[in-house]
Design a protein around this ligand. Sequence first.
Ligand code: AMP
Length: 366
Amino acid sequence: MTIGIVGAGQLGRMLALAGYPLGLDFLFLDPSPDAPAGQVAPLLCGPFTDRRLLARLARRCEVLTFDWENVSVDALRAVSSRTRICPPTAALAASQDRVSEKRVFERLGIPTTRWRSVGSYAELRRAIRDIGLPGVLKTRRLGYDGKGQAVIRTAQDADRAWESLGSAPLLYEEWVPFDCEVSIIGVRSRRGETAIYPLNGNIHAGGILRLTRAPFGPPRWQRQAARYLRSALEHFRYVGVLTIEFFVSRGRLIANEMAPRVHNSGHWTIEGAATSQFENHLRAILGLPLGPTHALGHSAMINLIGSMPEREWLLAEPGLHLHDYGKAPRPGRKLGHCTIVERTARARDRRARRLLAALAPEIRIP
Ligand code: AMP
């Protein structure tokens, strides 16, 4: 049985690696001939919007999924008569536009930042008047890892931000002085069964995720985040893995964004949970029973960004799990990650601090 995946990045690669033990085959579509998943599975090489290649992919696969949230919804819908597409393209479309995403959160009663849509300089001034300063101006589409956004603290910042981003449709939102950032990952199967992972505590720098610890936070946050995620899973009659990221401010969860796919903050589930997010995504889209999602210990996942550390050094660390995505080094690029699983949260944090001192000294665990 073959799964078609649009996008052959590291997420696709980890989906394939999780699927092989289940007896599944994979076929990817990606514009880059040396994309990470293309090193472990066959790859159709061409643009994501290539209708002919998408049709070929659809013909050869039991089900079509994606590892990137900016794949073209129209191109996917054009092949929807030939194959099943999971997660639903409605969820994909909502996540691609920050305004639609905010509307979904509001409709489902999921608290989110105060925001205004901005299509002109006059609207930006009005939005700043309504929402106040500081705030963040973001492109509605194609923003990721902190790209396509600017923090506005003063009137001059506003002019600068407008100059750099004003050519695209925008959203202005309040700046949240958050205590921490968390994300919740869950899965809903074709049969409507759901399962939710323990909450992730995330630390970003420059908009890029650097460290995830799980399980994280008090049970109240877990319950609340799980309730919000379940309502989104049901709303879309979702099939597959869905992630929502939140700011935590004065004990309140405020949704930032959602991702209709397996997520970087869930990489720890490969070694640290009873079933990984990747395996559960595959189980869900194939209508197989979901696996349990509980944590097997206390995990920390560190992203390896820009250049790969010495493999010898990393592997000398007992129990450290290394994932090298096979990508060429480039500043700011996610090249791999490593995970540790400890018996207690204290032992995990102690070890994570030690590893971070060598791998990412700018990242501090509070
Ligand atoms: P995003 O692309 O929206 O996920 O933003 C990337 C990161 O920028 C977030 O994880 C936060 O660390 C930071 N950020 C984005 N929006 C805000 C906001 N409204 N208030 C505070 N920090 C933000």
